[in-house]
Ligand binder design. Structure first.
Ligand code: 5AD
Length: 358
């Protein structure tokens, strides 16, 4: 059943299965697919949370604009470059510049920062900055950013609209923006939350089939975690009649394994949110069930507590060096190797990459 292109009803079947034997088969298939198509490498990309300002009001997210209790910050160019230099020194293949949807991050300013990172620091640049106008995206691609991540969260239009209030004057068509990103020449990342109140197994199955239709290069699959002070944490309507997707670790792993089956060559992170659900093992288990990327945090330690879309994010007193050593050791103990270069579209090591090797 898992040795050919998986169908939509099959995806839903696997999401619903509770049989240990079936789950074992699913996770084995995901791991074998990852091994064959994407190899042994676990890639490390340094996460830099460059701003926690956000104009949006997403019903699940602690960074939402109406959250007036949260002190806001925006890193300056020097801070971002310093983080990128740390990424280079630790041989991370890329930096991921992530923020709320913050128009204080100006087009030309960020293009300049991206250019400096590419030319002076020489690491890859992934952006995850929300829905931005085409001219911003074009400028950032020209400056040398290679990947853009915009999660669509759910392909269920009604649920999507309910939890993403529209913003006057701004694009709210994430699907359209994903095609645009491809046209502009980005590698395209997207993904979903698993267990949003109101999310059904059928709709999550459609999300996963969509990963294939969109030919995603990067797929983030995270459990929904209620964030205090947000509308969805206050208790929202769950889907009736056993159709509600649970927001737990196992269901997230099933979705992640299925993402691997539909996109064998993609970069799939063992997401930080999984560590929030299972601090000790969450991310490493994910690496045996389809994931092949980790995002060690390079945000300055004093800012990290302020970047809080959801609670329970791991906050260790480790330095970036200590974190790097621990991850290398844990990855080696799993019989895997640390990826030295960003993989290209087909998941192979890219000769064109400028990430350092050793
Ligand atoms: N639970 C899980 N993930 C969340 N995100 C935001 N809020 C939450 C939450 N409450 C994730 C979403 C979003 C990214 C910014 O963080 O996936 O895309």
């Amino acid at each position: 059943m898992l040795d050919r292109a998986i169908t939509l009803p099959e995806i839903e079947f696997w999401l619903r299965t509770t049989s240990d034997a079936m789950l074992w088969e699913l996770f084995e298939a995901a791991d074998a697919t990852r091994r064959a198509a994407a190899g042994h490498a676990v890639y490390l990309h340094g996460l830099v949370e460059i701003s926690n300002y956000c104009v949006r009001q997403c019903h699940y997210c602690g960074l939402r604009a109406p959250n007036l209790n949260l002190p806001r910050y925006r890193m300056d160019g020097e801070q971002i470059l310093a983080a990128a230099r740390t990424a280079r020194r630790l041989r991370y293949a890329s930096v991921v510049l992530q923020a709320g949807e913050d128009y204080g991050i100006e087009r030309d300013w960020l293009a300049h920062v991206v250019r400096l990172i590419r030319q002076r620091v020489r690491v890859g640049v992934t952006l995850s900055l929300g829905e931005r106008p085409e001219r911003d995206l074009v400028a950032w691609r020209r400056a040398g950013a290679d990947t853009y991540v915009l999660k669509f969260e759910t392909s269920d239009r009604e649920l999507y609209d309910r939890i993403h209030p529209k913003l006057a004057g701004a694009n709210t068509e994430r699907m359209a923006m994903l095609s645009l990103l491809r046209e502009i020449g980005f590698r395209v990342g997207s993904g979903v939350m698993v267990g949003i109140p109101g999310q059904t197994f059928a709709s999550l199955a459609r999300d996963i089939a969509l990963f294939r239709d969109l030919q995603l290069d990067f797929i983030g699959v995270s459990p929904f975690i209620p964030a205090p002070g947000t509308p969805l944490a206050a208790g929202a309507d769950e889907a009736p009649n056993g159709a509600q997707v649970p927001a737990d670790e196992l269901t997230t792993h099933k979705a992640l394994a299925l993402a691997r089956l539909v996109r064998p060559e993609a970069l799939i992170p063992a997401s930080t949110a999984l560590a929030a659900v299972n601090p000790r093992r969450g991310r490493f288990l994910a690496l045996t069930r389809g994931a092949n990327l980790m995002l060690p945090n390079l945000t300055p330690p004093d800012l990290r507590p302020l970047y809080a879309p959801y609670p329970g994010r791991p906050c260790t007193p480790e330095t970036p060096n200590e974190c790097r050593l621990r991850l290398s050791k844990q990855i080696r103990q799993m019989g895997r190797v640390v990826g030295r270069r960003a993989p290209d579209r087909r998941g192979h090591q890219s000769a064109a990459s400028t990430a350092p090797t050793d």
